[in-house]
Design a protein around this ligand. Structure first.
Ligand code: NAD
Length: 293
């Protein structure tokens, strides 16, 4: 088993670092929050007093931070100066594509192997070790990152060159935002026209309107499988995080001159829902806003 530096022990990173420790890795963990460090100690990690201390002798360096500026800051302030040259650098945060590519270019120029490896799956998947990783980087870097990612997830997929893990993540979540809004609209239209929502689910979930938003995450309480809608939209995937990913998708679409009118509309609707103070609710709760609540 290997020595791993783990930076960023929040909602996601806390469970991921715990799973690496459970698999027998020697995890040196760092976070700015003392509470997060205390939880990491309880989970079998060794808390470090600084990023540099966590990096000492590391064979893999994993970051799970809020946004691109935090990742670039930690990489330029500490990792690029103090990580062993032999370490594989793995950023699991969801960040903008431009920063991910810039970090990868600097890593290559400094002689490091690095990948972007954002995740699909929320806090429960992070705790349960069932995340999906989408990985951007060279074949050689992917092969070196894979054994560590396997210990935290159920699927590890090589997307392509550096930055393509982030591309996969934001394109997937843009589609998810769009299908959720569309699914909510369809349920509300059917109900207003006199069709029982459960009947609509029974039909649409085996017809061409089917999607994950419909089949696994039906946005109306009491319809389809048990979802956050059945728990007053608590838990699940927070609206604020969906909005973060939609903003990243719109930013990248602008840079690439990609026309994404549906993504833009979904982003606009989630901006409005979030601004109404609903950012903590599961993203399927946008049904309430569309229903005029
Ligand atoms: P979080 O805010 O709970 O955790 C981030 C942690 O990073 C915090 O504990 C914070 O103290 C720490 N941190 C910030 N700057 C630091 C620094 N310079 N040095 C050390 N630690 C620092 O966020 P999260 O929910 O764990 O999400 C992490 C990433 O995963 C984000 O990019 C998010 O978009 C992505 N993500 C989250 C989810 C989810 O459901 N929460 C799902 C998929 C992806």
């Amino acid at each position: 088993m290997a020595r791993v530096a783990f930076i960023g022990l929040g909602n996601m990173g806390g469970g991921m670092a715990a799973n690496l420790a459970k698999k027998g890795h020697d995890v040196r963990a760092f976070d700015l929050s003392a509470d997060a460090l205390a939880r990491a100690r309880e989970a079998g990690c060794l808390p470090a007093a600084s990023v540099e201390e966590a990096l000492d002798g590391a064979e893999a360096v994993i970051t799970m931070l809020p946004a691109g500026k935090h990742v670039e800051g930690v990489y330029s302030d500490a990792i690029f100066t103090a990580a062993p040259q032999s370490a594989i650098l793995i950023d699991c945060s969801t960040i903008d594509v431009a920063t991910a590519k810039r970090v990868a270019e600097t890593a290559a120029a400094k002689g490091y192997a690095a990948v972007d490896a954002p995740v699909s799956g929320g806090i429960a998947a992070a705790n349960g070790g069932t995340l999906t990783f989408m990985v951007g980087g060279s074949d050689a870097a992917f092969e070196r990152a894979q054994p560590f990612l396997v210990d935290m997830g159920k699927a590890v997929i090589h997307a392509g060159a550096s930055g393509t893990g982030q591309v996969a993540k934001i394109a997937n979540n843009m589609l998810l935002g769009i299908t959720m809004v569309g699914t909510c609209e369809a349920f509300l239209l059917a109900r207003k026209l006199g069709l029982d929502p459960q009947k609509f689910f029974d039909i649409a979930s085996v017809s061409s309107g089917q999607s994950w938003s419909m089949t696994s995450y039906a946005p109306l309480p009491g319809v389809g499988p048990t979802t956050p809608a059945d728990n007053d939209y608590q838990g699940g995937f927070a609206t604020a995080l969906m909005l973060k990913d939609l903003r990243l998708a719109m930013e990248a679409a602008g840079t690439a001159h990609a026309d994404t009118p549906m993504g833009a509309k979904a982003a606009e609707l989630y901006e409005k829902f979030n601004a109404a103070g609903q950012g903590g609710l599961d993203f399927s709760a946008i049904l309430r806003m569309l229903d005029g609540d």
